[in-house]
Write a protein of this length. Sequence first.
Length: 214
Amino acid sequence: MNPNLSRRALLTAGTALLIAGKAGAATFAAAQAGAVNMDLVRRGIAAMRQRQTDLTAMDRLAVVDFSLASCTPRMHLIDLEKSTIRSVLVAHGRGSDPHFTGWLTRFSNAPGSYASSAGSYVTGPAYVGEHGRSLRLAGMDNTNSNAEERAIVIHAAWYVNEAQAKTAGKIGRSEGCFAVADASLDPVLSHLGTGRFLYAEKLGARSTASRDSF
């Protein structure tokens, strides 16, 4: 077990599947109706616990629900200590949506695919690059093991914004990166930092019956 992980963080992550705080209920009530798939949230938390030796903190994580259309806030920023979730827009790769429908239809881990990759990621250091301030990601599964080689990161992009989501019913596509709106970049980077967990997947059946409990 990573010695940098606090006992409190481990206990919080372990019991979060069973406990719902008042703050969490309020946050979920204010969230877009039906947008948070709690099956996927629980799956992400479970995957994080399996990877705890590779992480430096387990108090917060992000879960990306690629079963939703790109016009829906589908990057869920989860705070396990406060039992809250904040959801923001995030783009998928153009290789995952070649006809630009706004829906992800395929994943790929291949270099040059320009597609999104499913699986578990650990966040690296923030840096300033081609897209301005960005956050490095390392893939932890065979489905996203080429993330560093492909330069898959979190960054802001002009083509991710609420106005386009509302008028076009979709946002723009990245080259596989988790591109967010300019206004969301600070909250996302502050929420994740270095050594935390991001989980991306697309599930079939969705469950929102207990969306105030994780």
